[in-house]
Design a protein around this ligand. Structure first.
Ligand SMILES: *Cc1c(COP(=O)(O)O)cnc(C)c1O
Length: 338
């Protein structure tokens, strides 16, 4: 039994999901006539109270399209130093949009209006033009931390006053929604654009969406083609996304409970120096000198437990819908005897 805690992207489609995929009506989505893609776009737009949505092959692409939509080459965007758009998208901010990032250090990836205020450039010819702010919720690199609604509302108001566009990298926003008292519509109402992933905790094999106004999505559709993301009978994939939204949202809390159990266990072990607060489905912890990330990975290998080395002495576990109670019990047992 392989236990894969490297990421919530490792899940495989369930039988029900596969059946939904195989029976999906499809058409050519570049001609905008795949009924299942159109249904998924409409479903997510409605869920987040946005006018329109665009299906894409990855969260990286939907983030990068959003950045390109909101900026001109030579502009600057503001984001936290831990952001996925900055760290894990291959330098796409500069490569795809010719934009530079002003990095700020928030509280475990969460920034406030204060950070933005301190980072906006004044309107001089020689200063870089600040045009976009990008938030992430939950924050992957900061252990799945969540924004509260009041902070997002403040940032929205502030960006409106300063005429800055506001984007959300919501690859794991459904985890944040499951853990907080806000809804998808509350999220949609705070941002000019939202990118969501169906291939993380929701268990679809592929798929992300960008949400926004009709005008923004029209522009995004053209950019998706330019970026090589126009797909043909993509309805087979969109069907997996519809299934994921219908069946796999409610259960996200189970992943959070399992992550908390792991965090608790780890905090009691002598070879664990510290565990980041566990807010959703991500557990990040630091090892004492007994292990490096590499030797810890090697120690778990005989038990067929996989993890992500997140730094020299830092490990990340991510819980997901293919990580069962039985697997959790096994991991706890192994961790205790190391
Ligand atoms: C996974 C992830 C993405 C998108 O990743 P893809 O693998 O390109 O779908 C974007 N942002 C965050 C925070 C992520 O964790």
């Amino acid at each position: 039994m392989t236990i894969d805690l490297r990421s919530d992207t490792v899940t495989k489609p369930s039988r029900g999901m596969l059946e939904a995929m195989m029976s999906a009506p499809v058409g050519d989505d570049v001609f905008n006539e795949d009924p299942t893609v159109l249904a998924l776009e409409e479903k997510t737009a409605r869920l987040f109270d946005k006018e329109a949505a665009l299906f894409g092959p990855s969260g990286t692409m939907t983030n990068q399209i959003a950045i390109k939509c909101h900026t001109q080459p030579g502009d600057e965007l503001i984001c936290d130093v831990n952001s996925h758009i900055y760290n894990y998208e291959g330098g796409g901010i500069s490569f795809n949009s010719g934009v530079q990032a002003k990095l700020v250090t928030g509280d475990r990836g969460r920034i406030t209006t204060r950070h933005i205020e301190d980072s906006i450039n004044a309107d001089y010819d020689w200063l870089t033009k600040t045009t976009l702010v990008s938030l992430e919720n939950t924050v992957n690199r900061a252990g799945g931390s969540c924004y509260d609604l009041a902070t997002m509302k403040n940032i929205k108001q502030f960006c409106k006053e300063k005429q800055l566009a506001l984007h959300l990298d919501g690859a794991r926003v459904f985890n944040a929604i499951a853990e907080n008292s806000y809804s998808a519509a509350d999220i949609g109402n705070q941002f000019d654009s939202v990118s969501i992933c169906l291939s993380k905790g929701l268990g679809a094999p592929v798929g992300s969406l960008l949400l926004g106004t009709k005008d923004l999505i029209k522009k995004a559709r053209r950019l998706r083609k330019v970026f090589g993301g126009g797909m043909r009978q993509a309805g087979f994939l969109a069907a997996a996304g519809i299934y994921a939204l219908d069946y796999n949202l409610e259960r996200l809390k189970d992943d959070h409970v399992k992550a908390k159990v792991l965090g608790n266990e780890l905090s009691k072990l002598p070879y664990v120096e510290s565990v980041m607060p566990v807010d959703t489905n991500i557990v990040i912890f630091n090892l004492t000198d007994k292990y490096t990330a590499v030797s810890f990975e090697a120690a778990l290998q005989p038990y067929d437990i996989k993890l992500a080395a997140f730094g020299k002495q830092t490990i990340r576990f991510v819980t997901h819908l293919d990580f069962t109670d039985e697997m959790l019990a096994k991991v706890v047992e192994v961790l205790r005897k190391l």
